[in-house]
Design a protein around this ligand. Structure first.
Ligand SMILES: [Zn+2]
Ligand SMILES: [Zn+2]
Length: 110
């Protein structure tokens, strides 16, 4: 149902994130990688009407694939869930603050 994605940047930053939700829970909980100013790359529950950072509860989170953190997104939908999608490369890196972050699908979960 959901997929496991690895976010990786040439600067050394690396983090595994989930996309989507479990078979039984996806209607109330499904996640997509977002950028939080304070926490960096986080999994935000997109089923909630008000999107919030799961760590600091800030509402200032930006979905990867949106122009705010992925202005160079080419629309290839390397990672996608419902209306959320992001291409493979050139996303904002929370570590080096450059648009060098890549996404790579590495598996799935259910
Ligand atoms: Zn946060
Ligand atoms: Zn980086």
């Amino acid at each position: 149902m959901g997929s496991m994605v690895k976010a990786k940047c040439p600067c050394g930053f690396q983090k595994g994130v989930r996309i989507g939700g479990g078979m039984l829970t996806f209607l109330t909980e499904s996640v997509f990688p977002h950028y939080c100013k304070r926490c960096g790359l986080v999994e935000v529950n997109i089923c909630e009407r008000k999107k919030r950072c799961p760590t600091c509860s800030s509402s200032r989170v930006y979905a990867y694939g949106s122009s705010r953190v992925s202005p160079h997104d080419n629309g290839d939908r390397t990672i996608a869930w419902q209306e959320y999608a992001a291409s493979a490369s050139q996303h904002f890196c929370p570590s080096c603050k450059k648009y060098h972050l890549n996404f790579e699908e590495i598996g799935s979960f259910d």
